[in-house]
Ligand binder design. Structure first.
Ligand code: ATP
Ligand code: MG
Length: 295
């Protein structure tokens, strides 16, 4: 192999062509899959998924948002898009992931979620396998953000298993905190080797101090009782303009770029970029993880 490379270099030298671009080994591109989840519903998963995706896209990353709420899609509603095809058609092998991928005007691509039919039952082994194969076709993206439905279901656990990072969202509300803890507990019990970067975001806070207090309590009890590590990724202020942007069906990072919530989103992405991407992925590993859950 080396001989061949040297031979090629020699040929290029003779022809006076730069060898740099020709035989420099290409860094394998690595897609980061981030699953956004929560115990309690309505805590901000979809808003955070979309706005983080746009923040990533602004950094020049190729980003796909997947609406994995298999029952009540809301990413397309929030972006005011009416998709013809969605994840349901992929799961049912009627379409490929690439065929249903939608470009949006916000510089991110969308895999639309399922609307109009009641919650899809748990994925069968065949559908799961198909999902993995299809997910692999998106690996020319830098970032895939998977927005899930609230609470624990087999499907949500599948989307977590597929991820490099799982972000759990909570608000400072006690019910939201206890549900987030339950979520972490189930995640901890489901994976023998939790090789997923578990992260916490506290949404709708009045102050950074309030967020830190929630996060400290949570990361402490998770470490103590579940013996897993949960990293505090950051917080988002309670900001009226978030709710307004939802009503306007536009991402708040677009309508209010310099607003409090938008700046927080930018911090989350910066922080995310500083956290290490675990060495594990690849198609085979993903396959193994999705089929080795303890259920
Ligand atoms: N930082 C915030 N400041 C103010 N309001 C917010 C904030 N984040 C979310 N909200 C409000 O909460 C609502 C729910 O947000 P979102 O739909 O993103 O939650 P979700 O977790 O995806 O909900 P579901 O579990 O139903 O999918 C929004 O419509 C918005 O009005
Ligand atoms: Mg949602």
């Amino acid at each position: 192999m080396e001989d061949q490379a040297e031979g090629l270099r020699e040929l290029m030298r003779k022809r006076n062509v730069s060898t740099e671009s020709v035989i420099k080994p290409k860094e394998p591109k690595r897609t980061r899959i981030i699953t956004v989840t929560s115990g309690k519903g309505g805590v901000g998963k979809t808003n955070i998924s979309i706005n983080m995706a746009i923040a990533y896209a602004r950094m020049g990353k190729k980003v796909v948002v997947m609406d994995a709420d298999l029952g009540l899609a809301n990413v397309n509603v929030m972006l005011n898009i009416v998709p013809k095809w969605n994840l349901y058609h992929v799961m049912r092998k009627q379409k490929t992931m690439k065929e249903i991928l939608l470009e949006t005007k916000y510089g991110i691509s969308l895999v639309a979620g399922v609307t109009g039919i009641s919650q899809i039952a748990n994925l069968s082994d065949d559908e799961r396998q198909n999902f993995i194969v299809e997910l692999d076709s998106l690996t020319n993206a830098d970032i895939i953000i998977i927005d899930t439905s609230a609470g624990v279901s087999n499907n949500v656990l599948d989307f977590i298993a597929a991820a490099d990072d799982a972000i759990i969202i909570t608000t400072p509300e006690p019910t939201s905190i206890t549900d987030a803890y339950s979520m972490a507990k189930i995640i901890a019990s489901q994976f023998e080797d939790l090789n997923i970067g578990l992260k916490l975001v506290v949404n709708q806070v009045k102050s950074a101090t309030e967020a830190r207090q929630v996060a400290e309590r949570m990361t402490h009890i998770v470490g103590q009782f579940l013996n897993i590590e949960m990293e505090y990724l950051g917080f988002i202020y309670n900001d009226m303009r978030v709710a307004q942007a939802v009503l306007d069906q536009k991402p708040f990072i677009i309508t209010d770029h310099h607003g409090k919530a938008s700046i927080c989103i930018q911090h989350l992405v910066d922080r995310m970029e500083k956290t290490e991407l675990r060495q594990k992925n690849g198609f085979g590993a993903l396959f193994k993880r999705l089929f080795s859950r303890k259920l």
